[in-house]
Design a protein around this ligand. Sequence first.
Ligand code: SAM
Length: 231
Amino acid sequence: MSSKTANLDLYAKVEHLLGIEEATDALHSLYMSELADLEIESLLDVGCGRGGFIKRALAKGMEAKGCDPSEVMAKACQNDGLDVVCGGIETIEGKFDAIVAIFDVLNFMDKEKLNLFLDEVAKRLSDEGVFIADVNTKFGFSEVAEGVMSAEDESGFLNIDATFVNDELTTVFTFFEKERNGKYEKHQESIVQYFHPIRFFQNHKTLKLVDKQTFSLYETNDKTLLIFKKR
Ligand SMILES: C[S@@+](CC[C@H](N)C(=O)[O-])C[C@H]1O[C@@H](n2cnc3c(N)ncnc32)[C@H](O)[C@@H]1O
């Protein structure tokens, strides 16, 4: 793997070993309950991963599409027949009643990229449209994400080493992928995630933060849900 998104592609490859299915499901339910009363017809899921939330939105009768910069993620969605492109939000045309960025997507961007990203979201929201996203709190980074873990299954052996310093979480993924001949191929990539304080969002020029709620996905006030409208 040598592409610009090799680190996201490795994440995509090992996500099933992280044990986050239950948390993902709970988070998707929370987003769906926020959207339930809003009569959403069109939805864009940015950083849609394997498309689990798009499938839920389609089941509710919404017109739903998505994008993800990881080719592995985008392909998995396309193989399931979902309307998903490989890339960031800038690849998407049209306007949407709802845009979502679920499970840490905003934490993958540094301040500068996030600022531009929020502008791109505003351009794609219909007049009364809503943007919903979540970010990790400092607790989420220091109490939940930081540390070492390992896991294995028939696909291989994964080791994760995450360090939170100066508001940045650097996670090194080392994956020994089991090949058909019984040998292992080693892949190693790191992902940096950035802590963003709520005041950053409150001061944004094109999106207005209309609601926020901190909650516990892992029993320790680890996440904040953010709801925005266009200014
Ligand atoms: C933890 S996964 C969450 C996936 C999905 N939203 C879900 O709920 O299962 C984070 C996703 O963000 C994507 N991502 C990373 N940087 C991104 C960016 N700049 N724009 C959009 N998506 C991004 C990754 O490829 C990954 O699929």
